[in-house]
Design a protein around this ligand. Structure first.
Ligand code: ZN
Length: 73
């Protein structure tokens, strides 16, 4: 099992900007909507698969990473 990865240590494969937004899947709570509005996270919607992206770059908007790489979700 891979350890939890701090987004501050993750860099965009396209532009190398670090600290991407984490993409959160499922029905968004009020807190999640607020966090998305503030740009803390990105909402990914309801449908996920092993190749759904995990992070969204704050700089270029590129979505990257795969849920499948993180093990169980
Ligand atoms: Zn980027």
């Amino acid at each position: 099992m891979p350890p939890f990865v701090d987004p501050a240590n993750v860099s965009c494969p396209k532009c190398e900007t670090t600290n991407p937004k984490e993409i959160v899947y499922g029905l968004p709570s009020v807190e999640m909507n607020n966090a998305a509005t503030e740009g803390v996270i990105a909402l990914g919607g309801f449908v996920t698969s092993d190749d759904s992206p995990v992070y969204e770059c704050r700089s270029c908007g590129h979505a990257f990473g795969e849920l499948g790489e993180l093990g169980e979700f």
